[in-house]
Design a protein around this ligand. Structure first.
Ligand SMILES: *Cc1c(COP(=O)(O)O)cnc(C)c1O
Length: 386
């Protein structure tokens, strides 16, 4: 049976496989014995391999062991977990914060805790899969509005039954297009219609805003939106997810989020690494400056060659190709020229919008970016895209 299902996927060019990275830390790694330039990592600030962060993880692992041994609510809350949550709350300027095993788990726990049967969720069509799963799991009625379409959202809000508990769910930075949600307008609408706004800032944390506190900082909305969700697995360079907010909200979530309650606490080494990473992130704003300079250099190069990069306003740069098989060929061409930027296909992205998804980080050098632009030119010419 599985043979047949896989065969069907294959016929549509939608089978996936795992690419093994054998050595190295982004952006230069070894794949299939070749040194490759990675344009696919979300380690935006180059922190995953930072010696001080690795050291913090190692020290905490020595002191507390590798595994936490139990759920956070039993005996699994170790000092590094509390240190991590205090550091997160300081960074996000909230009273409190709660860490989850991953960003996926943060959404899966928080959304069903915040809204359930009888409620209504309105979510952007391009929301991350973890948000979609969380919305389904919540048991609330769940409708999709067209991507960043405020008129559509407004129509759905004004059509609902009066006084119905409603939550609007969006990414801050969309993970496959790199564009931003119009958060000020979304917040205005939710206020007007007495709904709540849930912003997943997985790709905004550490990247967006004057001091890297995220997309809410970028739009000057930190004070207005009552809680913030993000991940520790991308710009923070570690692993985990978080919700930051008021003392009451956090106490409520730790009593009701099933993906927090019924799973073993994250490894203490990871928690200690997060503390070190948040510290470096805030002490070294030049990392973010380099990230944005690199983004400009790469976008300039791609624009000059005539690639369409859509509405990207972040270090996520999509090169929309269309058909899945053409996107795969493009990615293979890039790989043969020493650049790894994978083809992203349905169901991760809508039909006919298969693409190469490029992410740039602060760790790339100008020479590496220029090399990437050359590889894109050759690959683009080979499939007659440019
Ligand atoms: C990556 C991502 C997540 C999941 O975060 P992990 O920590 O990798 O589990 C959630 N939401 C969005 C928008 C993401 O891009």
């Amino acid at each position: 049976m599985f043979d047949k299902l896989l065969g069907d996927l294959d016929a549509q060019h939608l089978t996936r496989h795992l690419t093994e990275v054998s050595t190295g830390v982004a952006p230069t790694v070894t794949i299939d014995g070749r040194e490759i330039l990675l344009l696919a990592s979300n380690d935006y600030l180059g922190l995953a391999g930072h010696p001080d962060i690795v050291h913090a993880a190692t020290e905490a692992t020595r002191r507390y062991g590798v595994g936490s041994g139990a759920s956070r609510l039993v005996s699994g809350t170790l000092s590094p977990h509390k240190d991590m949550e205090r550091a997160l709350a300081r960074f996000k300027r909230t009273a409190s914060a709660l860490a989850f095993g991953s960003g996926y788990l943060a959404n899966l726990g928080a959304i069903p805790a915040l809204i359930g049967r009888g409620g209504l969720i309105l979510a952007d069509r391009l929301c991350h899969a973890s948000l979609i799963d969380a919305c389904r799991l919540s048991g609330a009625d769940f409708r999709i509005y067209r991507h960043n379409d405020l008129d559509h959202l407004k129509a759905l809000l004004s059509r609902r039954k009066a006084a119905r508990r409603t939550m609007v769910v969006t990414d801050g930075v969309f993970s496959m297009d790199g564009d931003l949600a119009p958060l000020a307008e979304l917040f205005g609408l939710t206020r007007q219609y007495d709904a709540e706004l849930y912003v997943d800032d997985a790709h905004g944390t550490g990247v967006m805003g004057q001091t890297g506190r995220g997309t809410l900082e970028h739009f000057h909305l930190e004070e207005t939106v009552p809680f913030h969700m993000g991940t520790l697995s991308k710009a923070v360079g570690c692993a985990g997810g978080y919700i930051a907010g008021t003392e009451t909200l956090i106490t409520f979530l730790l009593n009701t989020s099933r993906s927090f309650m019924y799973t073993t606490a994250p490894p203490p080494g990871i928690a200690a690494a997060v503390v070190a990473a948040l510290d470096i992130m805030q002490r070294e704003p030049e990392r973010r400056q380099r990230l944005w300079a690199n983004r400009e250099r790469l976008c300039d190069g791609l624009n000059r060659l005539g690639f369409t990069i859509g509405a990207s306003a972040s270090p996520i740069i999509p090169i929309i190709i269309g058909r899945a098989d053409r996107a795969l060929t493009f990615a293979e061409q890039l790989f043969s020229k020493g650049v790894f930027a994978p083809a992203i296909r349905p169901p991760t992205v809508p039909e006919s919008t298969s693409r190469i998804r490029v992410t740039v980080t602060s760790a790339h050098t100008a020479e590496q970016i220029d090399h990437a632009v050359t590889a894109f030119r050759l690959a683009g010419e080979s499939i007659r895209l440019i």
